[in-house]
Design a protein around this ligand. Structure first.
Ligand code: ATP
Ligand code: MN
Ligand code: MN
Length: 385
């Protein structure tokens, strides 16, 4: 064996929730490719395959160096045969034929475009694809029956596919704070999702709202929405009432991974130039010539843009779990639940943690939840798995 001139091999833990995954990493050229295959597997409703590619990509995101050769993959967990083949091809040839042909394929491109419409999931997109539709405009041209979410999705398609900046997220935060404070004093509003993990842009802005006084948060959402509506700030909203039943044994366990908080998927109308001081918007946005064509319906123009906003209301007793559950990333969340179940015999949701004897484990902070799970605390900025 060679003398140990080599740097010590990087050890990477196998669950994403055991690792630190920064936002910026060294292997985008590989993870982007693997994530195309993951996305394509989702379009084909092959969840197992999709998760396998996402886990492989995630391991590479946690490495402190660039992968330059196959030797760098030694001892890494989660890399399946298929992922290794793709990585090898990219390391040797610069690209992977499978990834490139997926990227170019009519199905991938159409599914990407159609699921890019707010309100359109893989099932609808796939049905439309099989009927010959390819682009969002085809939904209009062929007179498809669209639900209200999808109608808003088509109407605001361009805006909703333009990344939301941190500045815009901050501007939306101010609006949400104003709205919530107008109807309930003392409420606590926290930015969740990608922005809490330190992302510079996002596809939406996520908020979790709570109140120190348990129960004070009840009935909050309709009041907040009324206020926003009156101010003309809402373009679309769909609210789901909470459906958790609390008992002295803790919150009831939700089925699957869905949580039961009162929540609202919405689209805000954000005035431009009101995102605070500083330089002007860095994006050169061309609203096109649609303004006026549709007559009565409002179209995004030079003065405002549409932004997707998610609002969630949690009772204070569940706030730590809700915070952990709505910070993401999606893979990090999935891995936390898998760790809890497979390694600890526990059950974790955005409402509660139950141990292997079905006892409710209280927590007042994310740190306490990691401790209950026997995990080292990972801060939000390192949960970009
Ligand atoms: P992006 O910047 O693209 O918005 P994100 O990480 O914020 O990235 P979101 O889709 O906004 O992604 O999700 C944020 C968090 O909210 C994730 O942790 C996800 O698990 C959680 N979440 C999203 N939708 C639901 C839902 N329907 N039920 C429960 N949790 C959800
Ligand atoms: Mn988000
Ligand atoms: Mn969201």
């Amino acid at each position: 064996p060679k003398p140990s001139a080599d740097p010590p091999a990087t050890t990477v833990k196998s669950y994403a929730c055991q690792r630190r995954t920064p936002l910026k990493h060294h292997n985008t050229f590989l993870t982007d490719a693997l994530e195309i295959l993951a996305e394509n597997a989702e379009f084909n409703e092959n969840e197992g395959r999709s998760v396998a590619f996402r886990r492989s990509a995630s391991v590479l995101k946690a490495l402190p160096h660039v992968v330059r050769g196959m030797d760098d993959l030694k001892n890494l967990p989660c890399l399946g045969e298929h992922s290794v083949r793709v990585i090898k091809e990219i390391l040797e040839d610069g690209t992977s034929s499978e990834v490139e042909s997926t990227r170019q394929s009519e199905q991938y491109q159409a599914m990407k475009a159609l699921t890019g419409v707010f309100g359109v999931g893989v099932k609808s997109a796939d049905r439309w694809f099989r009927e010959g539709l390819r682009r969002p405009l085809d939904l209009i041209h062929t007179g498809q029956k669209l639900n209200l979410a999808q109608q808003a999705g088509v109407q605001y398609y361009n805006d909703l596919n333009r990344p939301v900046t941190k500045r815009e997220a901050v501007a939306i935060s101010h609006i949400v704070e104003k709205a919530v404070n107008a109807v309930l004093s003392g409420a606590i509003i926290t930015l969740m999702g990608g922005f809490r993990r330190g992302k510079e842009v996002g596809h939406d802005v996520d908020f979790l709202i709570t109140h120190l006084e348990e129960g004070a948060e009840e009935g909050l959402m309709p009041k907040v929405l009324n206020w926003l509506e009156e101010q003309g700030l809402l373009l679309y909203q769909k609210t789901t009432r909470n459906s958790y039943l609390e008992s002295k044994d803790g919150p009831a366990r939700p089925p699957h991974n869905l949580d039961r908080f009162e929540r609202c998927f919405s689209i805000f109308k954000l005035e431009k130039g009101k995102e605070g001081s500083g330089t002007s918007l860095n994006t050169s946005y061309d609203s096109g010539t649609t303004e006026g064509i549709t007559g009565t319906t409002e179209q995004p123009g030079p003065s405002w843009r549409a932004v997707r906003v998610d609002l969630v209301v949690s009772p204070f007793s569940q706030f730590a779990f809700a915070t952990l559950g709505w910070t993401g990333s999606k893979l990090f969340e999935r891995e936390l639940r898998r760790w809890a179940g497979q390694e600890k015999g526990m059950s974790l949701s955005s409402h509660a943690l139950y141990d292997s004897k079905q006892r409710y484990l209280r927590a007042n902070s994310e740190e306490e939840i990691f401790a209950h799970l026997g995990l080292e605390y990972i801060p939000p900025s390192e949960r970009n798995a």
